[in-house]
Design a protein around this ligand. Sequence first.
Ligand code: FAD
Length: 390
Amino acid sequence: YESSGAPDYYNIDDLLTEEHILIRQTLRDFVKREISPNIEQWAQDAHFPSEIVKKFGDVGAFGPTIPAEYGGGGLDYISYGIIMQEIERGDSGMRSTASVQGSLVMYPIYAYGSEEQRKKFLPKLASGEWLGCFGLTEPDHGSNPGGMTTNIKDMGDHYLLNGAKMWISNSPECQVAVVWAKNEEGRIKGLIVERGMEGFTTPEIHNKWSLRASCTGELVFDNVKVPKENLLPNVEGLRGPLGCLDSARYGIAWGAIGVAIDCYESARKYAMERIQFDKPIGAFQLTQKKLAEMLTEITKAQLLAWRLGTLKNEGKATTQQISMAKRNNVDMALHIAREARQIHGGMGITGEYPIMRHMMNLESVITYEGTHDIHLLITGADITGIPAFK
Ligand code: FAD
């Protein structure tokens, strides 16, 4: 069941096209070559490898679903999911860099931007010449982004932007930030803020124990003059940022499978090699239970992600369906990482194996782009018609 280097217990590969398989192999080779040999050191050193940005651009990891005329891949959503899966199999921080750029920066510029904005920004973001970030969360407004206080004032020929954003992936290295702010009527608008605009700074957040190879920071706006042509003209209200998050969360649902596969593969191999009581530890029932449950959960998550991808391709996937898949698959991966760590015994806490790094990374993934509990409440609201989080 493992012809392609990853578990495929239900022959889900039969549901993929030749192009999907080719894309997967290309990304798998890329990750093996460019990420896996270095990721442990980058994470230990809390180093963001800025040279990876151009390489991601070259391999087509940025904006795979954006049409080719703007530099994107023009691919379907299953391809996008597969790309996220393979990158996250390497590291969730690396996947964060790619999914922020594609889903949270390129997508809003493509979906809500003017033709001039698309032409100016998308090709450079697709190629990796520029790195982008997405500023929604604020120090006092995380799960409740609608409470944001970052604001713009119309000054006639430009907007004056004030406020601060917190926990922003890619911020310290970004050239471009898609920022959500309230106008004088209290309506949420999207703006493209560019590095070099006076009063715009991006202080880095240090000492993370999670996503250590991804750079995270603040966005600080102190009377930043943003030209009027940098306002995203075609969206207003929370549906702007939430529309981007739908796309990114969909990618996370696939990415989490990548982490789970990496932990499972490592645990399976270790279980067959590690001898205790004169037997491989894989011979003990309790180890087999762990491995069997891992494979079962990976298979269920693969089916969820694949079906969601077909719904996305048809334009039918709902926010609530995406919430369910993001929540389930990240939780599944975190659980597998913890079980895999146990199978590795003491070795499981070292950088010799990817497990502990994956586990710590997932502690961010389970919180960002909507926390585990908020996604549960989104499902609860869908079932009952009563939103319990408001
Ligand atoms: P809070 O909203 O304060 O939540 C704290 C706890 O309270 C959670 O368990 C939550 O589930 C619970 N809670 C809150 N409200 C309710 C409720 N109504 N009912 C029940 N429980 C509730 N944001 C961006 O905009 N751009 C980024 O690029 C980005 N990257 C990130 C990278 C990292 C490494 C991290 C850690 C975060 C990133 N975020 C980013 C922010 C992330 O999306 C937020 O951390 C997340 O939305 C949660 O917000 P919070 O941390 O303020 O937690």
